[in-house]
Design a protein around this ligand. Structure first.
Ligand SMILES: Nc1ncnc2c1ncn2[C@@H]1O[C@H](COP(=O)(O)OP(=O)(O)O)[C@@H](O)[C@H]1O
Ligand SMILES: [Mg+2]
Length: 386
């Protein structure tokens, strides 16, 4: 940075010389002119930090000069007026035009030096403050810009996420509708097969064959009911098993035209939701065991009691009990090698499908106890390598 530049405008050379001599010693760079006109040219050329201005000058006086340079507080230059004349009005006019100090001739050089250095220091502080403020404004503007950009980005991301969420929800809803439709159709198709079997029974005279057809129809109904419960439920992966079993038992009673006052049924079924993989074998087991009790247990008797319990054990497993107070199973029955389908099916469903345990007692009527755990969903084909 060079020395501070000072412009002296005075029509008296002696004044210019005196001031120049004193200021040069203090490392100021001095320029001078004899009137306002010269002053204007120098002012634009030199760009001084301070002007020492005489008022009475030929060609263009000090006031005219001030009017021409049109000082504003943000200018990098301040003006000190140094005059031998100057009324109060003139002084006031000069301050209106932006000067910072007024000194009368004859002047004390030290007083002038003080005013000069003071004015220059003040101007520098002013300028520093101004540039600091500009810098701050720039910083604020930049930060605001950055914030705006971040905000825009966030807004964009929110829109994208909302759209993705909408899409996912719609896709999920579509899949739910489809799944519900599939369960509905499976149930309808099972019902059609059941009706076809029913039509066929019209041509069957042999009571044993008729019985087999009825058993098959009940097995179909057991599965159809499951799909019906699934498409009626909110959550299509699981069904309210208590509700399902109640419906199934109801159907079996009606199917075997049992007089409910003769065979008294007690049920105690814990609230549980069970997935389809577990519910299918479990439903089929209940169907077989309850059908057997209704069909065989009270043959030749006035009636009796039938109990169906499903309890959730502390370890998370389920215990299914089907018992009756009937005549009991024939001697030497072997579930695994039973010649009849029903009991063999029960054994296979418990051991192979549910991977559970099966116990029965036939001393006082017939009781079956089955303990199993809910099967966790496995992808098709992984369980047994199919
Ligand atoms: N709860 C029961 N009470 C008495 N006898 C039963 C009971 N359950 C099964 N049985 C006897 O065991 C036999 C085998 O039953 P199952 O395999 O279901 O064949 P099905 O019911 O077709 O006869 C039945 O024929 C019946 O004699
Ligand atoms: Mg049977």
């Amino acid at each position: 940075m060079g020395n501070d530049k000072i412009l002296i405008l005075d029509d008296e050379q002696i004044v210019i010389d005196a001031i120049t001599k004193n200021l040069s010693r203090r490392n100021y760079e001095i320029y001078s002119g004899k009137n306002g006109k010269e002053g204007l040219a120098l002012y634009h050329d030199v760009n001084p930090i301070l002007i020492i201005l005489d008022l009475r000058m030929p060609v263009m006086d000090g006031v005219e000069f001030l009017r021409k340079i049109n000082l504003s507080p943000s200018d990098s230059c301040s003006v000190v007026v140094l005059t031998g004349h100057g009324s109060d009005e003139e002084m006031e006019r000069c301050f209106e035009l932006g000067i910072s100090a007024f000194l009368r001739k004859p002047f004390n050089i030290y007083e002038l030096l003080g005013i000069v250095s003071h004015s220059i220091a003040l101007k520098k502080v002013e300028q520093e403050l101004r540039s600091y403020r500009d810098h701050l404004e720039e910083l604020v503007e930049k930060s605001t810009g950055e914030l705006q950009a971040t905000n825009d980005m966030l807004q964009k991301e929110i829109v994208e996420r909302t759209n993705a969420e909408k899409l996912a929800t719609r896709s999920l809803r579509d899949k739910e509708v489809l799944l519900r439709e599939i369960h509905h159709r499976v149930k309808n198709n099972l019902q059609i097969v059941s009706s076809l079997l029913d039509l066929q029974t019209k041509y069957i005279k042999d009571p044993e064959t008729l019985d087999m057809f009825k058993d098959s129809q009940n097995r179909l109904k057991t599965m159809a009911l499951l799909h019906e419960k699934l498409y009626q439920s909110d959550n299509m992966a699981e069904i309210d098993f208590a509700k399902y079993l109640t419906n199934l038992l109801d159907h079996l009673y009606r199917s075997y035209c049992i007089d409910t006052s003769c065979i008294l049924m007690t049920t105690d079924i814990d609230k549980a939701t069970i997935g389809l993989d577990t519910a299918v074998p479990c439903g089929l087991i209940v169907n077989e065991l309850v059908s057997n009790s209704l069909k065989h247990a009270f043959k030749g008797r006035q009636g009796g009691q039938l109990n169906v319990y499903l309890h959730k054990l502390d370890d998370g497993r389920f215990k299914l009990t089907v018992s009756d107070t009937g005549v009991g199973l024939p001697d030497g029955i072997d579930l695994k090698n039973s010649k009849t389908l029903g009991l063999r099916l029960v054994n296979a469903l418990v051991i192979e499908q549910l991977e559970g345990t099966l116990e029965f007692d036939t001393n006082n009527g017939t009781s079956f106890w089955i303990v199993f755990r809910e099967l966790k969903y496995t992808t098709r084909g992984t369980k047994d390598g199919r």
